[in-house]
Design a protein around this ligand. Sequence first.
Ligand code: C2E
Ligand code: CA
Ligand code: CA
Ligand code: CA
Length: 280
Amino acid sequence: AKKNGGACYAVFTPRLRTAAERHQKIRLKLADAIEQERIELHYQPIVDIATGRVSRCEALARWTDDELGPITPCEFIKVAEHSGLIHPLSYLIVKRALSELREINSALIEPIEISINRSPVEYLEQTAQQDFILNLSKEMGIPAELITIELTESFMLKDPELAIRLLTSLKDFGFNLALDDFGTGYSSLSYLKKFPFDFLKIDRSFITDITSTADDYQLVKTIIEMARILGMKCIAEGVEDEKQLQIIESLGCRHIQGYYFSRPLNASDFILYLKQAFPA
Ligand code: C2E
Ligand code: CA
Ligand code: CA
Ligand code: CA
């Protein structure tokens, strides 16, 4: 059963006999899709419940292949990470996210911020100074302060000293940082306080049963308290109903993301959503 929101599971298509065959096929098709810029992005609102407005959104990659149909980002990101395609893929994603953010914000009175997922693999061989997001944000006229880079904790575990240096310089450039899927890995409290994250994203797997499971409730409560002590803001992921929202709100988490507000939408539907749900 898929309980863990932070983990990705391989999909098995009967027609392709082995996982390796599917992996290989996806790798070839993905290279073309990147080349032809056929990877798209959907945007999911993150609501600031203190103001009741959408203050930010998360960009989520989408790809539908003619033959294979929709392929989950979990699956194709993993293939990209194992094949070097993550670099051109991520470049395309960041470029598209920033240009669509410009479009979204030009339709709004108050600009919103964007969260972009980055793979730890991208930062293995490069410094923050070499990250293309610097040039892209300048070229597109999007200040770094509007951009949050989301990373999972596997990034910090490989080489913590290197990770701290990299994160610190990304922050020096003005970017915000979010620790994604928090709670699914191994970060300890003492560990976490060394890293300059602005946001901590509570993994969906803890939110799902928060209304029925005392353990999950206690865990989320503890995570929110811990974030407060460390001076980090919390985002609860995967909030699907009113009851979950009320509990999380009562625990003091201010930023909410999930189907309760909206599924991820393409840029034009996202603009419509913002105008309808939050008229000026
Ligand atoms: P993530 O970063 O944890 O993204 C949140 C996932 O939870 C998204 O799945 C989103 O659609 C889903 N979600 C949000 N609210 C709800 C809810 O209320 N209920 C349920 N059931 N699900 C909800 P998605 O879009 O399939 O993405 C899966 C993962 O793929 C992401 O997890 C992220 O790890 C990766 N990913 C997606 N886009 C990118 C990207 O552009 N770059 C990189 N490196 N990874 C990406
Ligand atoms: Ca997740
Ligand atoms: Ca994320
Ligand atoms: Ca997440």
